[in-house]
Write a protein that binds this ligand. Structure first.
Ligand code: GDP
Ligand code: MG
Length: 242
């Protein structure tokens, strides 16, 4: 099975080297693709240097900061074109423990179509998040599950392994979320095609170095998309009953 790991970066110079070393050790056979949006702190240069040393690591240098959704769309398209069987996504800030990657990949090598590293299933945890961030994420995910009817507890998680076939089946390249809403949009599409999703509990460690790029506009986009899709589905169900 050929595996690709997609890692988006924006201003992760302090984290990218340790991330790549740990990821390389955790999944020695996988190819890693760093998706950098022209970070002004030289993240891409570090990734390239470490990549040459460790092997099987590519860096896609994107011209400007365009948001997580756009970075993933580019990375997944490369993964599909290169014919990988499994395509993973993981953050570079070490919030996602690269050592969990083999478990996510194993789930997809089994009978899952999508494996999510989940903070909100039993055994999952976020030990260090401030109360406000925790509440936002927790209630945001409850709202997502209610609106989108995915059955998934951690819809906004960015730690995942996909069967490449599934990404094609959900037509990922035509998703529209610019930012973090990409996770919601893909989960929503996966649930609608009836694919098998498993959630594997993870401990999400708050980043020790660098800063979060989550912003108010990200939250507004997520809320707007979820509400729009959820209401549209309810309207459609009502019409089809009438
Ligand atoms: N390429 C790219 N990566 C991004 C962008 N925004 C965030 N990231 C990366 O996406 C991952 C998650 O972002 P982070 O700021 O840690 O979000 P948080 O964990 O929700 O606080 C990290 O690896 C970031 O460097 C972006 O606009 N473009
Ligand atoms: Mg983070």
């Amino acid at each position: 099975m050929r595996v690709q790991i997609c890692t988006p970066t924006y201003i992760e110079a302090e984290n990218i080297e340790e991330f790549l070393r740990r990821a390389r050790a955790a999944v020695p056979d996988a190819d890693i693709l760093v998706l950098d949006d022209n970070s002004p702190d030289g993240t891409a240069d570090i990734a390239e240097r470490v990549g040459i040393e460790l092997g099987q690591i590519d860096v896609l240098r994107r011209p400007e900061k365009r948001g997580l959704g756009a970075a993933y769309r580019a990375g997944f398209a490369i993964g599909i074109a290169r014919g990988y069987d499994v395509i993973c996504q993981v953050d570079a800030d070490l919030s996602h423990d690269p050592e969990v990657l083999p478990d996510l990949i194993a789930a997809v090598a089994g009978d899952a179509d999508l494996a999510i590293g989940s903070r909100y299933v039993p055994g999952g945890a976020i030990p260090h998040w401030p109360k406000r961030r925790l509440a936002l994420s927790k209630y945001g995910n409850m709202y997502a599950r209610f609106m989108l009817r995915t059955g998934v507890r951690d819809t906004s998680a960015g730690f995942r392994a996909y069967r490449a076939d599934l990404l094609q089946a959900i037509d990922f390249s035509h998703t529209r979320a610019k930012g973090y809403g990409f996770q919601l949009e893909t989960t929503y599409r996966v649930a609608r095609v009836g694919a098998r999703i498993v959630e594997i509990p993870i401990t999400f460690t708050d980043r020790v170095r660098g800063y979060s790029k989550m912003s108010g506009s990200v939250i507004v986009e997520e809320m707007a998309l979820m509400t729009w899709w959820g209401l549209r589905d309810r309207l459609r169900r009502k019409r089809s009953r009438a």
